[in-house]
Design a protein around this ligand. Structure first.
Ligand code: ZN
Length: 151
């Protein structure tokens, strides 16, 4: 089973990078209450908080650079096979639902509607995703860190 994570306070960027590659990554800003959330939801805590260092179920992040943090996490938890870009909402971490073009008519810019066939929608916030330039930029950023990933 693919591990699930919860990143805390200082690791917002890492949390987003994980969502870009489709890894389940919650985010918490609530200090030590993260221990409860993590246990309840079966998540590994990813943190730079030295008070949490060495506890069971905690991955302590050594570096301050989000790209290196991502690379470390993918290596330590062997997430290579679990990388699925374009499957998770970057804002709320929900799994996206593949959506047909006719369902997004009027909800995305006309240029987008004309040029893209595949869409995905977040069931929580309703945000619609497509593989436009923003997506390509994010993917190339991730590829710069992890090497070739399937898109
Ligand atoms: Zn969402």
């Amino acid at each position: 089973m693919t591990p699930k994570f919860i990143c805390n306070g200082m690791l917002g960027r890492l949390s987003t990078l994980l969502r870009i590659i489709g890894i389940d990554s919650a985010y918490s800003n609530e200090g030590m209450a993260i221990l409860l959330s993590a246990r309840k939801e079966g998540r590994i805590i990813v943190t730079r908080n030295t008070k949490l260092r060495g506890r069971a179920g905690v991955f302590f992040v050594e570096t301050a650079e989000p790209e290196k943090q991502l690379r470390n996490l993918v290596e330590v938890y062997d997430l290579w096979k679990d990388i699925k870009p374009f499957t998770r909402c970057l804002l709320c971490n929900e799994e996206l639902i593949p959506t047909k073009r006719n369902a997004v008519k009027g909800k995305v810019p006309y240029f987008t509607y004309r040029n893209f066939e595949e869409y995905a929608k977040c069931p929580h916030c309703g945000r619609i995703y497509w593989k436009g330039s923003h997506y390509k930029n994010m993917l190339s950023e991730v590829k710069g860190v992890l090497g070739e990933v399937k898109d």
